[in-house]
Design a protein around this ligand. Sequence first.
Ligand SMILES: [Mn+2]
Length: 272
Amino acid sequence: MVLSAVTVCLVPEASAGPFVFHDDLPGACQQAAALGFDGIEIFAPSGHHVDRTELGALLRLHDLRLAAVGTGAGMIVHGHSLCDPDERARRQASEFVKEIIDFGAEFGAPAIIGSMQGRAGNAQSREAALARLAESLGILADHAGSLDQALLFEPLNRYETDLVRTVAEGMALLSAVGANNLQLLADLFHMNIEEADIGEAIRSAADSIGHVHFVDSNRRAAGFGHMSHGPVARELIAAGFPGYASAEAFPLPDSQAAAEMTIQSFRKFFPR
Ligand SMILES: [Mn+2]
């Protein structure tokens, strides 16, 4: 069964970012539960920011699960990158991610590597950057595996990275790393830019997809753009996808409306 989730951003530097809820964790949990979401996905400043006791109490109170935890604050706030040519900087990036893996694992949730993959840029060749990224991911997947967790890797679009931009490139990276708990995150906004056929791309990698960012063509809530979610849902359901379709969308026209449109679309495309 596909599960529903909605994003909560606790990173001030990402206050204009594509997250449905911002800053107010108790309020977000209350609203998510009222709409019937199965879980929340947290974008946190670090692995130590969120009070574990408070989060545990909120999840229990509202019967929500922690779906996943983002690591992008490492890039946005600290400039960390898992393909940094400087070994010491690369190790710092891994340490930052490890702490978020530890945080998520306490609640049974995997961490997401998106913008932390970094860019080759002019500092190194793309091949060298991919090799460094693969090495970092191997270390992090081992760490997540020691906690019985998956690690989610997210291909981005061409405006956000020059490394891994398609599901096919993501599959190639997974083979290069060779860790069976490393899975792909299929973000429908990025795929809308990079893939020839989103449904076909999902079908081609169905067994390796562990999480979906469920969103529309314009990064607004699913239903507020022009994406055809039907083929996406068909492929996920056909594959028996057991993970979350998580709303990583702008809070437009506001958080409540974006959350409402998401759950309405979710129920239309993933009926129970
Ligand atoms: Mn995403």
